[in-house]
Write a protein that binds this ligand. Structure first.
Ligand SMILES: Cc1ncc(COP(=O)(O)O)c(C=O)c1O
Length: 395
């Protein structure tokens, strides 16, 4: 199909809930994607932190194709080999615990929310139903995760939200302490707030939060949906802060583009999900699990996370260096290959001008440009992207 055909079909047959650009992508390889006119772009969006190993990554493709030829789907009424292989490897990296598989980030957070309540309810503490979340957070679009989300713009028009969620300022441990009561069952937090503009917590915040939750008989849920799977230079971003959350939710980069989500529950916590308490028909799909195992093996290679740390530091330094000549730049924030450049003005014009020159980036809120290159990106590609960006930004 030609670009115009794809765009008109998209407008005619798909609900208009995405603010799409006029680019129609048809092919990808490593850090590059091509549109329907054959134009090549450097992809520093990576499907919004999904294609962490780049496009068309052979070992993942191979693992999924092999599984596809064996068994594409069976019900969770049965035990599934590919689920066990992946869960064993994942739990092996995260410490003792159990995994629930689903299909997306919002579903992983819904599972966490239900598990937190169920855990206390089973212990007879039925009043412990409140969740504390943070202003500026993003946890997904289904009604539970939307209630957890700390940004009004996503809730407009959807009526009454779950009433048992309290939002407090991010990075403010005193505010959390004040908000916790005997009714609190959990605190949910992103280890970097992505959607509000790549906001990295202060050095001690997450460790203080972990201690506070532990002391208060409250579960700590870390949402690693965007920050997980090597994005920040560790398998999970919370590892930078030396904490052991009770529950970790993940999705996006888990299977490099194949839909999947997961919730890890530490120790015996996951045993609260007794038969019938929760489910997902496609959760733990064998093809997704085979892909996820191939992803995990790759991310655990030291050279991959080294690349993230080295090029992440390099990019952040270069972008910070542009501040002196480009007055539009207010602040550069991030960790590893998750970098936000806050501008003094809306970033949409910069995003489309960069796309024109062959670089795909996006805005994480109105004023913040977000760079999410694949973790396999090379220094040459980073330099190329920086040249395009610096010209557009006037550095
Ligand atoms: C931190 C975080 N949590 C949850 C979600 C929701 O994930 P999904 O779109 O897979 O439901 C996102 C998506 O951007 C996210 O960034």
């Amino acid at each position: 199909m030609k670009t115009e055909e794809i765009i008109s079909g998209s407008n005619k047959y798909l609900t208009p809930n995405y603010g799409r650009s006029s680019i129609a992508l048809v092919k990808g390889r490593k850090s590059a994607v091509w549109d329907a006119n054959g134009k090549k772009y450097l992809d520093f969006v990576s499907g919004l932190a999904v294609n962490n190993l780049g496009h068309n990554f052979a070992p993942v493709n191979k693992a999924m194709q092999k599984q596809m030829g064996k068994l594409a789907h069976v019900s969770n009424l049965y035990h599934i080999e590919a689920q066990v292989e992946y869960a064993k490897a994942l739990v092996g990296e995260m410490g003792k615990g159990k995994v629930f598989f689903c299909n997306s980030g919002t579903e992983a957070n819904e599972a966490a929310l239900k598990l937190a309540r169920l855990h206390f309810s089973q212990k007879g503490e039925t009043g412990k139903t409140e969740i504390i979340s943070f202003n500026g957070s993003f946890h997904g679009r289904t009604m539970g995760s939307l209630a957890l989300t700390g940004q009004k713009k996503f809730k407009k028009g959807f009526g009454t939200m779950l009433s048992s969620v309290k939002h407090v300022p991010y990075n403010d441990i005193a505010a959390v302490e004040k908000a916790i009561s005997e009714k609190t069952c959990a605190v949910i937090v992103e280890s970097i707030q992505g959607e509000v503009g790549v906001c990295v917590p202060g050095g001690m915040f997450l460790s203080q939060l972990a201690k506070l939750c532990h002391k208060s008989n409250v579960l700590l849920i870390i949402d690693e949906v965007q920050t997980g799977f090597g994005r920040t230079g560790k398998l999970f971003c919370y590892e930078h802060f030396k904490i052991k959350p009770d529950i970790v939710t993940m999705a996006k980069g888990i299977a490099n583009g194949f839909p999947m989500g997961a919730m890890f529950a530490r120790g015996t916590l996951g045993d609260s999900l007794v038969p019938g308490s929760h489910a997902a028909t496609f959760g733990g799909n064998p093809v997704a699990c085979a892909g996820a195992l191939a992803v995990l093996k790759e991310i655990l290679k030291p050279e991959l996370v080294d690349n993230v740390r080295n090029l992440g530091r390099y990019m952040a330094l270069k972008l910070t260096g542009m501040k002196s000549s480009a007055k539009k730049i207010k602040e550069v924030r991030g960790l590893g290959l998750m970098i936000g450049v806050e501008l003094n003005e809306p970033g949409a014009g910069v995003v489309s001008a960069c796309a024109e020159k062959g670089l795909l980036i996006n805005c994480a809120n109105e004023n913040t440009i977000r760079f999410l290159p694949p973790l396999i990106v090379t220094k040459e590609e980073v330099d190329k992207a920086l040249v395009i960006f610096s010209k557009i930004i006037g550095a």
